[in-house]
Design a binder for this molecule. Structure first.
Ligand SMILES: C[S@@+](CC[C@H](N)C(=O)[O-])C[C@H]1O[C@@H](n2cnc3c(N)ncnc32)[C@H](O)[C@@H]1O
Length: 343
């Protein structure tokens, strides 16, 4: 069904300037590097605008992936410790290879940030790289950055354009906002760490106002075997059809997916991408999501075995290193292989 539609730290600490109160379309390329013609530009327009879809060219069906992948860095505690260290180099080492300013503009375009007075929540906002793109279009005082990592948020707090943003420690799967609160929900590169992505997307739905729009930017699953192996060991790389299914199940309408990627990949997606797509959906009715879910997958208060934790953490972090190297490899290939030839 989804495939057939393929065209188209638990404490919540408010920190504001140091105060601590209590439908779907593809643009870009297919998985194999062939350029897909730009059929449907996604303009910055009103939410109701009809969009054109093109036929899918996807690799794998949602059910073809085993659910037994280890995903060593996919629990909240693992992600917390991962970013304890990664936050030190995040902006300088990770983003340049995977999440450039150009990509950010492309990815935020379907979010329709068309009014400076919009209320925007940036969930898993980390060091504020995506928020820097948001505050170009929306007044910073209307923007909230939420993340479970105080270390990542500490970096965001240092950024001058984000000084007026509200900075909040919290969990994407249990947002500390009232129902029908925000005009836009943005989350970039965070879903891969959520133990239960469907729950996070259901939360996106809940906190949006009627007619509000969610824009979720995330990885795409590799098709090349070695990349797939490391992706599965590291964290969640959803397939495009999974994003669509999660959005639709949460109750979103006008669900669309826009492919993104670094320029020097020349559209190649077989190694997967940490930031490979921007998925948007519109909330058609006020109130909570129609989707009912059971209890949370992960109980963060439950004690963990430190040895198991350490082994999982090290294996996961090592697998993540592969994805630091892939963009370098692709960058070199782009330099060596003449333009116009497949890489
Ligand atoms: C790859 S970073 C992306 C940061 C930022 N959005 C950007 O564009 O650079 C992923 C972020 O998601 C956060 N994160 C992971 N799991 C989370 C959760 N359950 N709730 C809130 N934030 C989470 C991490 O702490 C990290 O800062």
């Amino acid at each position: 069904m989804a495939i057939s539609m393929l065209c188209g730290a638990e404490n919540l600490t408010l920190i504001r300037r140091g105060i601590t109160p209590k439908g779907f379309c593809f643009l870009g390329s297919d998985f194999h590097g062939k350029q897909i013609p730009k059929v449907s530009p996604v303009p910055r327009t009103k939410l109701s605008k009809t969009r054109t879809f093109i036929a899918p060219n996807c690799s794998l069906s949602a059910s073809s992936r085993p659910s037994s992948q280890p995903r060593f860095i996919q629990h909240k505690k693992e992600a917390f410790w991962f970013y304890r260290f990664l936050s030190i180099v995040y902006d300088h080492v990770i983003n340049p290879g995977h999440w450039t300013e150009d990509m950010r503009e492309e990815a935020l375009e379907p979010a329709d940030l068309n009014d400076r007075n919009l209320f925007v929540v940036d969930v898993g906002g980390g060091t504020g790289f995506t928020t820097l793109g948001i505050v170009k279009h929306v007044d910073a005082k209307n923007v909230t950055i939420l993340d479970q990592s105080p270390h990542q948020l500490a970096k965001a707090k240092q950024k001058e354009p984000l000084k007026e943003c509200m900075i909040l420690e919290g969990d994407a799967e249990d947002l500390p906002f009232p129902t029908d609160y925000a005009d836009r929900y943005v989350s970039a590169g965070s879903i891969e760490y959520w133990p239960d992505p469907q729950r996070g997307i259901k939360e996106a739905y809940r906190v949006l106002k009627l007619g509000g729009k969610a824009c979720l930017i995330g990885p795409v699953y590799p098709t090349f075997w070695l990349s797939r192996f490391f992706a599965d060991v590291w964290m969640l790389f959803p397939k495009e059809e999974e994003y669509i299914e999660w959005f639709q199940k949460a109750g979103f309408k006008d669900v669309q997916l826009k492919r993104i990627g670094p320029k020097w990949y020349r559209g190649v997606r077989r190694h997967g991408l940490i930031m490979g797509c921007s998925v948007t959906g519109v909330k058609p009715a006020s109130g909570d999501s129609p989707l009912q879910l059971g209890p949370k997958e992960e109980d963060v208060s439950k004690p963990v075995n430190p040895s198991v934790f350490l082994v999982r953490f090290l294996l996961g972090a090592m697998a993540g290193m592969y994805f630091v190297l892939v963009p370098i490899y692709m960058w070199l290939k782009d330099k060596v292989v003449p333009q116009g030839r497949p890489i």
